[in-house]
Design a protein around this ligand. Structure first.
Ligand SMILES: *[C@@H]1O[C@H](CO)[C@@H](O)[C@H](O)[C@H]1NC(C)=O
Ligand SMILES: *[C@@H]1O[C@H](CO)[C@@H](O)[C@H](O)[C@H]1NC(C)=O
Ligand SMILES: *[C@@H]1O[C@H](CO)[C@@H](O)[C@H](O)[C@H]1NC(C)=O
Ligand SMILES: *[C@@H]1O[C@H](CO)[C@@H](O)[C@H](O)[C@H]1NC(C)=O
Ligand SMILES: *[C@@H]1O[C@H](CO)[C@@H](O)[C@H](O)[C@H]1NC(C)=O
Ligand SMILES: *[C@@H]1O[C@H](CO)[C@@H](O)[C@H](O)[C@H]1NC(C)=O
Ligand SMILES: *[C@@H]1O[C@H](CO)[C@@H](O)[C@H](O)[C@H]1NC(C)=O
Ligand SMILES: *[C@@H]1O[C@H](CO)[C@@H](O)[C@H](O)[C@H]1NC(C)=O
Ligand SMILES: *[C@@H]1O[C@H](CO)[C@@H](O)[C@H](O)[C@H]1NC(C)=O
Ligand SMILES: *[C@@H]1O[C@H](CO)[C@@H](O)[C@H](O)[C@H]1NC(C)=O
Ligand SMILES: *[C@@H]1O[C@H](CO)[C@@H](O)[C@H](O)[C@H]1NC(C)=O
Ligand SMILES: *[C@@H]1O[C@H](CO)[C@@H](O)[C@H](O)[C@H]1NC(C)=O
Length: 440
């Protein structure tokens, strides 16, 4: 009896032992952090009402959370560190439960149909470096609690329905912040001076909002490569002081704001002079602001790195002197230039022959000015030219032939009543030179 009893005990012990072994070997209980990470992800999944690509199909209680599709763990720290649901077409509420994933380094929810507001609870994501919510249906304002994300390097909220102002506190602890994109929302108010607290910022995209006021000078605390604030209501003089202190600037898009040139919208020189310090500048876009003044001499000393100059839809006036004056200075220094749009201004005088030296030019649009004289034959040598618009000016004489004039399809000479064409010309709608009233 005793023997049987001890045999039974031994058997029990054996069973318990092997069960324990099995447990250790094949069903290692997950770390408690991973249990709560899994709970957070399953709570997120619950608020998803449509998952057309079944991306979340294996997000299930029975599956190891580190095996969930688009989820990455740091095995050592037993935490979910990356959630990568870009472009998965998910429809649903942006669940505050994500804020329980406190080990997250990167949260990428780009291009879904998530709605609701940005949960203030996201302030719990203390280790977050990248937060990308662009291309969703989020509304409401940017919670000021995001300030607590002191590890944040990249914050993209573009293409949502976010409104309200930028909370100044957002920028109170942003030593590491490098890249922000709040474009294509409904943000209002000024850019707070506190943005000067972010010395690592190099890319700032705020285009297509309703920001007002001036660009804060405190931005010069950072060394920006990209500043795009197009399509807002920024006012004041062109930011000369700012650009003078931004030697790394590569992209400057200020178009379609309410800014003006210096001295009561009459003087472009201080701004173009200041731009000389930006020796890496590639894109300069200052369109649609009603900027007044002449093209200054300093425009001829802009950095040779420039690829795009957009000055269209302004009130820039004055003549281009026959001796390859102001515009020709611009031309000879901008040998890399691909796009030059000066349309819809009040420029007068001739288009200089030296234009032909812009050997990389692809787009030249000077339509809607009051330019006169002959069309420079030198343009025919620009083999890269794919678009040439000289319409709505006062050009006269023969439309040149040869080179690009025989091949480019996007050429426009409309409303230049004193132009004529060669017999061999492919351009229709003009009389043949030397013959009278032979419209074809
Ligand atoms: C997780 O995935 C690995 C590799 O695909 C697999 O070996 C393992 O069994 C999976 N674990 C669970 C619990 O699903
Ligand atoms: C998600 O976006 C990031 C950043 O653009 C990219 O590196 C990653 O490859 C994307 N992941 C997927 C699954 O598309
Ligand atoms: C979703 O599924 C469609 C069809 O299978 C596929 O073409 C598309 O690339 C998928 N999208 C993603 C983000 O996986
Ligand atoms: C998880 O997040 C939700 C929503 O923010 C919150 O109510 C809950 O207390 C959190 N749970 C834990 C364990 O932190
Ligand atoms: C954004 O808001 C506008 C109205 O303010 C609405 O027409 C539009 O459908 C909204 N877009 C999204 C993606 O929610
Ligand atoms: C700023 O962030 C650091 C960690 O990077 C933290 O120690 C500090 O408390 C934060 N300060 C404020 C005011 O939040
Ligand atoms: C520039 O940064 C320093 C410290 O990072 C800060 O004290 C100063 O106020 C900032 N300047 C402006 C104009 O914001
Ligand atoms: C800008 O350039 C001028 C000379 O054109 C130079 O004197 C000045 O120091 C430069 N400023 C900065 C901030 O680099
Ligand atoms: C130049 O600017 C005008 C006015 O905004 C615009 O209509 C035109 O399309 C631009 N030209 C090119 C080639 O983009
Ligand atoms: C265009 O220039 C001609 C001189 O070339 C001048 O007579 C005319 O008034 C100007 N038109 C406009 C609208 O400025
Ligand atoms: C050239 O510019 C004029 C006036 O801006 C416009 O009407 C015309 O469509 C343009 N031509 C081409 C080919 O884009
Ligand atoms: C030039 O014309 C082609 C078609 O003929 C068109 O696809 C292209 O967009 C045009 N380029 C510009 C700058 O308008």
């Amino acid at each position: 009896m005793i023997f049987i009893k001890s045999l039974f005990l031994l058997l029990l012990q054996y069973l318990a032992f092997t069960y324990g072994q099995t447990n250790l070997g094949h069903h290692n209980p997950p770390h408690h952090s991973l249990i709560s990470d899994k709970a957070a992800l399953l709570a997120f999944k619950k608020t998803v009402t449509l998952d057309p690509n079944s991306t979340l199909a294996n997000w299930d209680e029975a599956v190891d959370v580190c095996n969930f599709t688009r989820v990455t763990c740091n095995k050592q720290h037993h935490r979910v560190v990356l959630l990568q649901l870009n472009g998965t077409e998910l429809v649903g509420l942006l669940s505050p439960f994500i804020s329980n994933l406190t080990g997250l380094r990167r949260l990428l929810l780009v291009d879904n149909h998530l709605f609701g507001s940005i949960p203030p609870e996201f302030s719990s994501l203390r280790h977050l470096r990248h937060l990308r919510l662009e291309g969703n249906n989020l509304r409401g304002s940017i919670p000021d609690s995001l300030v607590l994300l002191s590890q944040l390097k990249l914050l993209h909220i573009k293409r949502n329905n976010i409104s309200g102002t930028l909370p100044p506190t957002l920028f109170s602890n942003c030593t590491l912040l490098e890249n922000i994109d709040f474009s294509e929302n409904f943000l209002t108010g000024i850019i707070p001076d506190e943005i000067g607290n972010c010395p690592s910022l190099w890319s700032v995209n705020l285009y297509d909002n309703q920001f007002t006021g001036q660009l804060p000078l405190s931005l010069t605390n950072a060394s920006l490569f990209n500043l795009d604030v197009e399509y807002n209501h920024f006012s004041g003089a062109l930011p000369s002081e700012f650009v003078r202190k931004q030697p790394d600037l590569g992209i400057l898009h200020l178009s379609y704001n309410w800014m003006e040139s210096h001295d009561g919208n009459t003087n472009l020189d201080p701004f173009f002079t200041a731009l000389r310090n930006c020796t890496f500048l590639e894109e300069l876009e200052l369109a649609g602001m009603g900027l007044g003044g002449q093209l200054p001499i300093s425009v001829g000393q802009l950095p040779v790195s420039l690829l795009v100059i957009d000055l269209q839809e302004n009130q820039i006036f004055g003549s281009i002197p026959p001796n390859l004056g102001k515009l020709s200075n611009l031309i000879s220094s901008c040998i890399a230039l691909r796009t030059l749009n000066l349309s819809d201004n009040s420029l007068e005088g001739h288009l200089p022959e030296s234009m032909g030296e812009l050997r990389n030019l692809e787009v030249l649009d000077v339509s809607g000015n009051n330019l006169s004289g002959m069309i420079p034959v030198s343009l025919s040598k620009i083999q890269t030219l794919a678009y040439l618009n000289l319409s709505f000016n006062n050009f006269e004489g023969m439309i040149p032939t040869g080179g690009i004039f025989d091949s480019v399809t996007n050429m426009s000479f409309l409303e230049n009543h004193r132009l004529c064409r060669a017999v061999s010309s492919r351009v229709a709608g003009f009389p043949i030179c030397g013959r009278k009233r032979t419209m074809l």
